[in-house]
Design a protein around this ligand. Structure first.
Ligand code: IMP
Length: 195
């Protein structure tokens, strides 16, 4: 199937959405490319955390697909936990006012932790979360994000493991939403959206 045909299918799918009226598809990241990056990140983590049993903390909701794929590719023992954060801002820009609506339940004191995010955009949510997690006394904290979106970064955050760098657009699919839609697309689209 050629790429133009795939774009046509995506265009029809999004056109039927009640939440997006005017948009342009800027980029598509296929399931194959996502899988390759997930495998690479999983190998790096498996190599670096031999005999350490890291605790992977996923940031809900957007991370659910990436997290499930990643932990199944990692070949060493690990534990998982989740946080959920609400960010107050306009519908596609984080304001930095973050509210923790679900906290971790495991003890992470003295343990190596990897925070797993779907996307880092301004970096404000992650900066808040890293401060919160460090208060619990982990041995170390590393960051893993499927997408590193650089254009609107406000807080310099070092991302230790990342899959894709994207400069522009609003990203949907593979867990990521626009107004709670498109999370179940198996691939990623970068959209230019006009409200
Ligand atoms: P922040 O701007 O780095 O604080 O991003 C906070 C959160 O906003 C992310 O964890 C995502 O849930 C959401 N977000 C940021 N950019 C996008 C995007 O392009 N698509 C979907 N969600 C996004």
């Amino acid at each position: 199937m050629n790429i133009q045909y795939l774009f046509l299918i995506d265009a029809i799918y999004i056109k039927n959405s009640p939440v997006i009226k005017n948009y342009k598809i800027l980029e598509k990241i296929s399931e194959r490319r996502i899988h390759q990056q997930v495998q690479r990140i999983a190998k790096d983590i498996s190599d670096e955390y031999q005999n350490k049993e890291p605790i992977l903390i996923g940031v809900l909701n957007g991370v659910f697909v990436f997290f499930a794929d990643l932990v199944r590719e990692i070949s060493i023992p690990l534990k998982i936990d989740f946080v959920r954060l609400a960010s107050y801002g306009s519908k596609n820009v984080s304001s930095g006012d973050v509210l923790l609506t679900k906290d971790i339940e495991l003890s992470i004191e003295g343990r190596p932790v990897i925070i797993v995010e779907d996307i880092v955009d301004t970096g404000l949510t992650l900066a808040y979360l890293v401060r919160h997690i460090k208060k619990r006394g982990p041995e170390s904290v590393k960051i893993c994000a499927l997408i590193n979106k650089l254009q609107r970064r406000e807080k310099e955050m070092e991302i230790d493991y990342w899959g894709f760098e994207i400069k522009e657009g609003f990203i949907v699919g593979y867990g990521l939403d626009y107004n709670e839609e498109f999370r179940c697309l198996p691939y990623i689209l970068s959209l230019e959206i006009e409200d």
